[in-house]
Ligand binder design. Structure first.
Ligand SMILES: [Zn+2]
Length: 138
């Protein structure tokens, strides 16, 4: 039985060499299995290779500016501080409020209780409420 890692490397090497022949760049990414399965399934349904489906999807997304801040917010490999401030780049300003209901912090996901102090982001398309700790990190 062949090692899965070897198979993966062979596939990647092949993709890279195909891309090189076409004078194109190779872009690889690790994705959850569920997403991979969905992409493979969709490609099968459309009758096109998976790589073409991914390429078309990426081209469409960047062409139309569909890739929003939430997608472009890389939470992996960055400090929390940078991730949080990039996530709220559409916020014009912060206002300190007293919560009237239980809200989830948009930064850390912590449940904020009614009556607690929090900051609300003005100017964002979606309501953005963050806890004091997250506010400090911006
Ligand atoms: Zn928070």
């Amino acid at each position: 039985m062949e090692d899965m890692r070897t198979i993966g490397k062979a596939r990647r090497d092949k993709a890279v060499s195909v891309a090189m022949k076409r004078k194109e760049e190779y872009l690889g990414a690790r994705v959850p299995k569920v997403l991979r399965d969905r992409v493979v399934e969709r490609a099968k349904a459309l009758g096109i290779p998976v790589s073409i489906l991914i390429r078309n999807t990426l081209e469409d997304a960047f062409k139309e500016g569909v890739v929003g801040e939430d997608v472009l917010n890389p939470s992996v490999g960055l400090s929390d501080k940078k991730a949080i401030s990039e996530n709220f780049s559409s916020v014009i300003g912060w206002e300190l409020i007293q919560l009237n209901k239980v809200v989830e912090c948009s930064g850390c996901g912590l449940e904020l209780q009614r009556g607690a102090e929090a900051s609300i982001g003005l100017g964002a398309r979606q309501p953005v409420v963050i806890c004091c700790a997250c506010k400090e990190n911006i």
